[in-house]
Ligand binder design. Structure first.
Ligand code: GLC
Length: 555
């Protein structure tokens, strides 16, 4: 397994890349309406360039009624006026490319908005071009003239039935998420072709890749069998969303076929001159997670497509957990196809902030971990500032998922750029409240502090993208360590590095085989501290990167 990355040769931009996720609503407002926009992103490209990231993934900016803040798409090939125009997007793409920053856009294939013209036509009649573009079903029966849903499937937001009755069509439609997000019928080849044309539209404009939303939902049991009860569900404690095991309403094997067909568009003749890449969003079943991730690697062409690896979100943060996971995943990838690339994400717009989940100390060692692992890594905007969840009062709540008790507003609050009123994000009233401590913690104050989160991320991002050993070098786990230490090496032809992470709430030691220089510490940021062979002392939750003095060969 050691050398699986050594054998990777393709010139894909994603290898060793750092992708920065922008949630457009909260990144930078340029017109004072309190909501971020594309011109705002253009204004901040210098910041992104300085941070050293390779690519940006933009969460949806398409025309939308915003029932799910853009994940309810009304037109896949345009820009919502709230965010700007298609001309703004083209300007952003040009400006980003000029700075050598790639752009990935978010594709939402499972559902559209109920205000999308496809759905409006589909709802009108059981015959006609769009009749079978969505998942329509007759009632399972009637109770006092009220039609009853076809089965017990629940949506992901309210925990109520995933079926909504249409008086016009006299049938139910399926919505795995919000009632305003009807599921497309992927069994219909016309839907598959339409989505491929959406990809082609953005590829023709020059985008470098895609993040594909909520992919397991694309395929469900075609006979619509009920989901079984989940024995782990405790009413009042668990969200009603998890009352049943979602084994029939999502995750059926055909979604691999759909995704593979989408990924094939990226290698169509006319796009070959410009390498592109796509990453798919699917939270896999925890039992046998590695195997479940491998289904994606087996199902899609690994030279252009990879699944997100969400262990940093789903699993507890521990040395043993990570060592085992990295060992198993990399062994499986190596055995499968050496072109496979892991795509790590430790946070995103659906997850509590890293600092809130793990505390500041551990969040800093997470930065070291995620930026020194092989493959491509994703940073959600604001994590590089150590932003924490912001508590949003009920009257300011925006997220529809808050109905079922787990709203995502706290991790979606505006970027903290400066100490000014509006945090440099807006001159108006921000759409979500700013963190109360933004005057203290923001990009401007952190830029001048060598021990800040921003300086740590800056050092690590530059190290990753500029050092062959981290970009595409070999990866080797070290096993003879304290159980609370995770250690590995990254090696290229000319240099060798060790990454050592102490997960203990206390000091710990590691026996270093060779002398070197500590170049980054999660506690101090960039440093240059010579270390001798022998016992190395780490502080509580400290993570360090060591550059070995000589290129030492290890059997
Ligand atoms: C994905 C998105 C999330 C959205 C959902 C429905 O999980 O990341 O924000 O609500 O899909 O599109």
């Amino acid at each position: 397994m050691n050398n699986f990355l050594n054998r990777l040769r393709p010139k894909r931009w994603a290898e060793g890349a750092v992708v920065y996720q922008i949630y457009p609503r909260s990144f930078q407002d340029s017109n004072g309406d309190g909501v971020g926009d594309l011109q705002g992103i253009i204004e901040r490209l210098d910041y992104l360039q300085d941070l050293g990231i390779t690519a940006v993934w933009l969460s949806p900016f398409y025309p939308s009624p915003m029932a799910d803040f853009g994940y309810d798409v009304m037109d896949y090939c345009d820009v919502d006026p709230l965010f700007g125009t298609l001309a703004d997007f083209k300007q952003l793409l040009r400006a980003a490319h000029k700075r050598n920053i790639k752009i990935m856009v978010d594709i939402v294939p499972n559902h559209t908005s109920d205000e999308h013209p496809w759905f409006e036509a589909s709802r009108q009649s059981r015959t006609g071009k769009y009749a079978d573009w969505y998942i329509w079903h007759d009632p399972s029966g009637y109770s006092n003239d009220t039609p009853l849903p076809p089965n017990n499937w629940l949506d992901m937001f309210s925990g109520g039935s995933a079926w909504e009755w249409s008086e016009t069509r006299k049938q139910f439609y399926l919505h795995s998420f919000h009632v305003k997000q009807p599921d497309l019928n992927w069994e219909n080849p016309a839907v598959q072709e339409a989505m491929k044309n959406v990809l082609r539209f953005w590829l023709d404009l020059g985008v470098d890749g895609f993040r594909i939303d909520a992919v397991p939902f694309m395929a469900k049991d075609p006979s619509f069998t009920n989901n079984p009860q989940d024995p782990a569900y405790t009413p009042g404690q668990t969200s009603p969303v998890w009352k049943y095991k979602r084994i029939n309403s999502q995750g059926w094997p055909r979604h691999f076929e759909y995704l593979d067909n989408m990924s094939k568009v990226l290698t169509e003749r006319r796009y070959r001159h410009h390498p592109r890449f796509m990453v798919t969003e699917g939270y896999v079943e925890r039992h046998n997670a590695v195997e479940n991730y491998m289904d994606y690697y087996r199902g899609m062409d690994p030279s252009v497509a990879t699944p997100f690896i969400f262990e940093g979100i789903e699993e507890s943060l521990g040395a043993q957990t990570w060592r085992k996971f990295l060992h198993d995943l990399h062994a499986a990838l190596d055995g499968h196809n050496p072109a496979s690339l892991p795509a790590y994400a430790f946070g995103n717009h659906d997850q509590h902030r890293i600092v809130t989940r793990f505390g500041a100390e551990r969040a800093r060692s997470v930065a070291v971990l995620q930026l020194t692992l092989p493959g491509v890594t994703f940073i959600y905007n604001g994590e590089e500032l150590g932003m924490h969840n912001v508590s949003v009062p009920p009257e300011k709540t925006q997220d529809p998922q808050a109905i079922a008790g787990d709203g995502r507003d706290p991790e979606r609050t505006p970027m903290q750029w400066s100490s000014e009123l509006g945090a440099g994000f807006t001159d108006g009233e921000p759409w979500l409240p700013l963190a109360h401590d933004y005057r203290l913690h923001n990009a401007a104050t952190q830029a001048n502090d060598s021990t800040s989160f921003l300086s740590l991320y800056h050092a690590l991002i530059h190290l990753r993208t500029k050092t062959p050993a981290f970009k595409n070098g070999a990866f080797r786990l070290l096993f003879d360590t304290d159980p609370q230490i995770l250690a590995y090496e990254r090696t290229s032809r000319k240099s060798r590095y060790a990454v050592i992470i102490n997960f203990k709430d206390d000091t710990n030691s590691f026996s270093l085989d060779h002398p070197g220089t500590i170049i980054v510490s999660s506690i101090d940021g960039s440093v240059e501290k010579a270390v001798k062979r022998g016992d190395l002392h780490l502080r509580s939750h400290e993570a360090i990167v060591i550059k070995y003095t000589r290129l030492v060969k290890k059997s």
